[in-house]
Design a protein around this ligand. Structure first.
Ligand SMILES: NC(=O)CC[C@H](N)C(=O)O
Length: 266
């Protein structure tokens, strides 16, 4: 499965396991967001590709053991309630420099909902402004009521609609320098319920409001991230196709339920 390539210079880690950092799973794990990491892990294992998952918890941070992001291939942040976000905020901002250089170096990062909100300049919850990483030019402000429901978006990373579930009080506005992950389809809310955009996609970073969990429901997004991670380290792995019939049918059923017409070119 692992194909040799002369054209790309492999990094010294190219032959080792793909390293996934799961950030604060004990606090940022709404609606089974941890399933995203399981999906990545399983999709590698099913293909016989080695993977190493490291969970990074508040206990590690308190013990002064932040991971070395330069050794990571994929970093994942799940969603969390405002209360949990307030618990992890300082630990996340402390890693700002390392995370920013990881992203600038093309590191793959997926952040969902509460985790996504941390990528921007700030998340304003009423009277409290939570400082973000400032890696993405965006702001989040908690609004009146919550934006809740099953959702579908169209992104240019894959032909099928991306399906998920959103539930957020924060409204995110992307700055002029930020590109959305996609456009909402049907009656989904997306970043703010107003501009029709959902998430952010910048280099190998994806932020989204979509829980589900996202990757088990959208295997095409999981493989997109894996492909980017292998490419970044110059590892010419060909991702063998897997039997995703059940997942893809579930995706179609939900798209139909949401009144989304299937594209004929997908
Ligand atoms: N689902 C989430 O991760 C929620 C994120 C954030 N606490 C909000 O309500 O906007």
């Amino acid at each position: 499965m692992r194909k040799g390539s002369d054209s790309m210079a492999p990094s010294p880690r190219a032959a080792g396991p793909l390293v996934i950092l799961h950030m604060f799973p004990e606090l940022l794990n709404l609606y089974g967001d941890g399933g995203n990491v399981i999906a990545l892990e399983r999709r590698l294992a099913w293909r016989g590709l080695p993977v190493l998952v490291r969970q990074v918890t508040m206990r590690d941070v308190d013990a002064g053991q932040m991971p070395d992001f330069a050794q990571a291939d994929i970093v994942f942040f799940g969603g969390g309630a405002d209360r949990e976000q307030l618990i992890v905020k300082d630990a996340i901002v402390k890693a700002r420099r390392e995370l920013a250089s990881y992203v600038a170096d093309g590191g793959v990062l997926l952040a969902v909902c509460g985790g996504y909100q941390f990528l921007g300049h700030s998340y304003v919850m009423g009277d409290t402004a939570v400082e973000g990483l400032g890696i993405v030019d965006m702001e989040t402000v908690r609004g009146e009521g919550r934006l809740i429901g099953n959702a579908a978006i169209q992104s240019d990373i894959c032909p099928m609609p991306i399906i998920g579930f959103e539930n957020h009080g924060g409204r995110t506005a992307l700055g002029s320098g930020a590109r959305p992950l996609g456009r909402v389809l049907g009656s989904a809310f997306g970043n703010n319920g107003e501009d029709g955009f959902e998430g952010v996609h910048q280099g190998n970073l994806i932020g989204t409001y979509l829980h589900g969990p996202l990757l088990p429901k959208n295997p095409q997004v999981a493989d997109y991230l894996l492909k980017q991670a292998f490419e970044r380290r110059g590892d010419a792995v060909e991702l063998a196709s897997l039997d995703d019939a059940v997942e893809l049918e579930a995706n179609r059923v939900m798209a139909r339920r949401l009144g989304i017409v299937e594209r004929t070119d997908a």
